[in-house]
Ligand binder design. Structure first.
Ligand SMILES: Nc1ncnc2c1ncn2[C@@H]1O[C@H](COP(=O)(O)OP(=O)(O)OP(=O)(O)O)[C@@H](O)[C@H]1O
Ligand SMILES: C[C@H](N)[C@H](N)CCCCCC(=O)O
Ligand SMILES: [Mg+2]
Length: 243
């Protein structure tokens, strides 16, 4: 189990792996950084990590650290790292290296002390197993941070987004809203044009931002991605935590 994040925070989850959680979490971190906040970023566990001279590195953590201009080392930002690109519970079992919740807790404690806000990126979607007994959803409950759901723009996303919202609500995780990512501004299909409204209506969710496909390499977010998240009051959302 983890202690609650003791500072304003946002939990960035998604409808699936590869939907753009890292890019959107990075854009949110960048939003706070540009306003002078001391931003902590956390990827509690990462799989598919790469071998470097300094050891196993999470590329998600590197991206987030660059966007936040983070003052903490990568092994605090991502304390649990696995090589195989699998659900953490499966990667941990195969590596014979059980997930260490205490290490994650320590990261939260140390980074919170010297930060104004913490942006946490989940792993895959909410039902992904973290260890033999717990899922990403359990972790979201423990962290107590409002969730941002990153969703794809195209056909199928209504179902994925509403299922994700249902799971979060079943455990009383506050939902800040949905970010539709990689929206095609030219040549969007009818489904893509109408999905946002449908998600708002049937999911009783707000679409916080619709983010176009742009350039997104570590610390270098294209101006159109930055502009898409700019109008959102992330500060108010980060403060609006579960009681
Ligand atoms: N708005 C965007 N514009 C351009 N490329 C994007 C955008 N959003 C995401 N991508 C690209 O799509 C891929 C998947 O995005 P990302 O890594 O953020 O997904 P994720 O949900 O964090 O995945 P994971 O489950 O592995 O953590 C990456 O190559 C990323 O650069
Ligand atoms: C390796 C990858 N990029 C993710 N971080 C892990 C995603 C696990 C998804 C598991 C699943 O839902 O089937
Ligand atoms: Mg990611």
């Amino acid at each position: 189990m983890l202690a609650r994040v003791p500072i304003p925070s946002i939990f960035v989850t998604g409808t699936d792996t590869g939907v753009g959680k890292t890019v959107i979490a990075g854009a949110i971190a960048d939003w706070f950084r540009r306003r002078g906040s001391r931003v902590a970023v956390l990827k509690p566990a990462a799989t598919g990590c790469v071998h470097r001279r300094e050891g196993l590195v999470s590329e998600d953590a590197e991206f987030l650290a660059a966007c936040a201009d983070a003052r903490f080392p990568l092994d605090l930002i991502c304390p649990q790292r696995y090589e195989e690109p699998l659900a953490p519970a499966v990667a941990a079992e195969r590596a014979k290296q059980p997930l260490d919740w205490d290490a994650i807790d320590r990261s939260i404690r140390l980074m919170s002390r010297e930060s104004d806000v913490m942006i946490v990126e989940g792993v895959g979607g909410v039902m992904v197993p973290m260890d033999a007994k717990h899922t990403v959803l359990d972790m979201a409950v423990w962290l107590g941070a409002p969730a941002v759901i990153v969703a794809r723009p195209h056909l199928g996303t209504i179902n994925h987004t509403l299922l994700t919202a249902e799971a979060l609500r079943s455990r009383s995780v506050k939902i800040a809203g949905v970010v539709i990512n990689q929206y095609r501004t030219d040549g969007a299909s009818v489904a893509e044009e109408t999905n946002g409204r449908a998600i708002e209506k049937w999911g009783k969710l707000s679409i916080l931002a619709t983010v176009p496909a742009g350039r997104a390499s570590a610390g270098d977010l294209s101006p159109d991605i930055v502009a898409a998240v700019e109008p959102v009051d992330w500060e108010a959302l980060a403060r609006n935590r579960a009681s």
